[in-house]
Design a binder for this molecule. Structure first.
Ligand SMILES: *Cc1c(COP(=O)(O)O)cnc(C)c1O
Length: 371
């Protein structure tokens, strides 16, 4: 990719590697020379370390965040024909996982302040065949999950957390990934805890859910070559990715701190008529993305482009308007979900941003008052 000099990218993974290259090279080399490439001591070590960090009894490494969501649904007992209530503004991952298990997605609208689903909106979306709720901690913000836990308990529903953007988020001493019956993590390279390829994990406090995921990630095996559970496939995390993640996990908290600091500086710079930057001001937000809710997104976007700063939209198409689903959801209106798709704008926010780049981004935000 060739970019003009001075261009500020949305992310720069080469910088993240450069900041820690000796340790990463050593971790990778040790796996390469060990001759053991899957389901070995690196995966077991990472699983123990992530479980301890999240505060759950179990962590099971898998091949991606999408697989982690699907395996979580299968493990909590979600069945073909069930309804799964989820958000429609969160990239479609939870919806696709529901479809892959043969369930039907149903959408709860999101709250204006957080852009995440709430106990109230979920309750309004429940059907007689709903068995499972998936809550996405969008942009790294831990959803208002305590009332959701209570609702799911009261109604006998399984609760799955999508923590792909929220690794390290915590409230009241409890971390994202420890509230639900199961939680899915992604280690796609741009996530706050990123591998150098694909990877994912499921965390849970339930022994039965952990047993199910351990079996399903490897063909549904009980004993080797004995297929005892249906719905299994190959979804292993590999040793090289696990070694990379073990190298990076100890730095996650300080990287999240740095992200949060940038988010609050951006938030303070956004002139009120232009919009606001989504953040929480506390440790329940990992600042995975710097997301503005703009009254006029096109104008703000043009400002950034003219200043040589990359922007993106996470996410432009609500799930119920996606081509594969639009026919089934023609009569469904989700006002806040639809508003978000038309008004959110992501600006560069990652720990390795340089001071002069941060100043430039803040300068563009402040200048937006003259839009
Ligand atoms: C990235 C992401 C996923 C999917 O993870 P993959 O590892 O890319 O499959 C799921 N949910 C959310 C919220 C994500 O950001």
């Amino acid at each position: 990719m060739t970019e003009p000099p001075g261009w500020i990218p949305l992310n720069d993974l080469q910088r993240a590697y450069g900041a820690d290259s000796a340790a990463l090279d050593a971790a990778i080399a040790s796996v390469v020379s060990s001759g053991w490439y899957t389901m070995g001591e690196q995966v077991a070590g990472f699983e123990a370390e992530l479980a301890s960090s999240v505060g759950t009894a179990h962590c099971i490494g898998v091949a991606s965040g999408s697989d982690a969501l699907e395996l979580s649904l299968r493990a909590v007992g979600c069945r073909p024909g069930d309804d799964v209530v989820t958000a429609g503004n969160a990239g479609g991952y939870s919806t696709l996982a529901a479809i892959r298990v043969g369930a039907r997605p149903r959408f709860a609208d999101v709250a204006e302040e957080t852009l995440t689903i709430t106990a109230e909106s979920v309750e309004a979306a429940l059907t007689a065949t709903t068995t499972t709720v998936i809550v996405t901690h969008l942009y790294g913000r831990l959803a208002t999950i305590e009332p959701l836990v209570e609702l799911c308990e009261r109604r006998g529903l399984a609760l799955v957390e999508d923590c792909a953007q929220a690794a390290g988020a915590e409230r009241g001493g409890r971390r994202a990934g420890s509230f639900g019956h199961a939680a899915a993590f992604s280690f796609y390279p741009t996530k706050n805890l990123g591998a150098m390829g694909d990877g994912g994990a499921v965390t849970t406090n339930r022994d039965d859910v952990a047993d199910a995921v351990r079996s399903l990630r490897q063909y549904g095996w009980g004993d080797r070559y004995h297929v005892e559970r249906s719905g299994g496939f190959n979804s292993r995390l590999d040793e090289i990715q696990a070694a990379i993640l073990r190298t990076r996990l100890p730095g996650l908290a300080s990287a999240n701190d740095r992200r949060r600091q940038l988010a609050s500086r951006y938030a303070a710079a956004v002139p009120e008529p232009v919009g606001r930057l989504l953040q929480s001001g506390g440790p329940d937000f990992t600042a995975h993305l710097g997301v503005l809710v703009c009254s006029d997104r096109d104008q703000v976007r043009e400002r950034f482009a003219a200043a040589g700063v990359a922007t993106a939209v996470h996410y432009p198409v609500p799930d119920h308007h996606q081509p594969i689903l639009a026919n089934s959801f023609r009569d469904v209106a989700l006002p806040m979900t639809e508003y978000a798709a038309d008004h959110v704008l992501t600006v560069p926010l990652f720990p390795e941003l340089r001071d002069e780049e941060i100043e430039r981004i803040i300068g563009v935000l402040e200048a937006c008052k003259f839009c």
